[in-house]
Structures are given as C-alpha cells and as structure tokens.
Design a protein around this ligand. Structure first.
Ligand code: THU
Length: 136
C-alpha cells in the first residue's frame, strides 16, 4: 500500500503537516525543560490537529505535544489518524507514554520526526513500539 507520506500526491500534505507542527511548537510552554515540542496529526477526514508541550510547576502534570494533538483529534470526532509530524530542536521521537496512546488509536501510524533544520526521519509506529499493550 502506498503510504500517505510517500505518495507524490501527498508531498504538499507532508509539507503542511510539518509546517503545522512548527506552528504548534511556537506555542509550546516549556519554561522548565527549555525543550519545545510541536506536533500535528492528520486525521482521517483530512483535518489537521495541533499539540504543543505544556509544562506546569507541578512537574508531573506536564503534558506532551503528541498526546495533546491526538486528544484534540479524537475529541473533534476523528475516527482514524493518517500521520503525525513532530518538530523539536533535535528531531526527537515520541516518549513511551505517547507511543502507547498513539498505538491505542492508530497502531500503524506514520510518524515524521523533524528537527529545526528541516531534516526528517520517517517511522511507522510498529518500529517505535513493537509490542504495544492491548487490553484483553
Ligand atoms: N515532551 C513531549 O512533548 N513529547 C515527547 O514525546 C517527549 C517529551 C515534552 C515534555 C516536556 O515538556 C519536555 O518535552 C521535556 O521532557
């Protein structure tokens, strides 16, 4: 199957998704770590949902950019997810907790990790989380 991130017709979609993640990153609130993260999810409908990390002085209540984006997508009524772009200074991959939440909703999700120079790494979720937890 041609992936949404590979097919020539979707180059513009990739670009838009990465631009959206960059925009989201500009809204990050990361005064404690100094590590700003922006993410953008392409829902099955074609709509894009943003997330940035939001840190709190009560450290454990901080939320990752990826989970904010996925919860935005799901709460907007998306039933499937096509792709995720994440922008950080070093092109970091999603944390384990976010991988598990992504797995819950889209076990084969395509993920683009992008640094601030624009270099990209492409993954599918099974690369990053080979044996995700399934209830029951
Ligand atoms: N962070 C994310 O937003 N996503 C990840 O997948 C890993 C970490 C955030 C949480 C915290 O605000 C900062 O990056 C440093 O851990």
């Amino acid at each position: 199957m041609t992936s949404v991130l590979n097919s020539p017709g979707t180059m513009a979609v990739n670009k838009k998704l990465i631009e959206s993640a960059r925009l989201a990153r500009s809204r990050a609130r990361a005064p404690y770590s100094g590590y700003a993260v922006g993410s953008a999810i392409l829902g099955g409908s074609g709509a894009i949902y943003l997330g940035c990390n939001v840190e709190s002085g009560a450290y454990p209540t901080t939320m990752c950019a990826e989970r904010i984006a996925i919860y935005n997508a799901i709460s907007a009524g998306e039933e499937s997810l096509q792709a995720l772009a994440i922008v950080t200074k070093d092109g970091g991959t999603p944390c384990g907790a976010c991988r598990q939440v992504l797995f819950q909703f889209s076990p084969d999700l395509e993920i683009l990790c992008v640094n601030t120079e624009g270099d990209r790494d492409k993954f599918i979720l099974p690369d990053l989380l080979p044996e995700g937890f399934r209830l029951g």
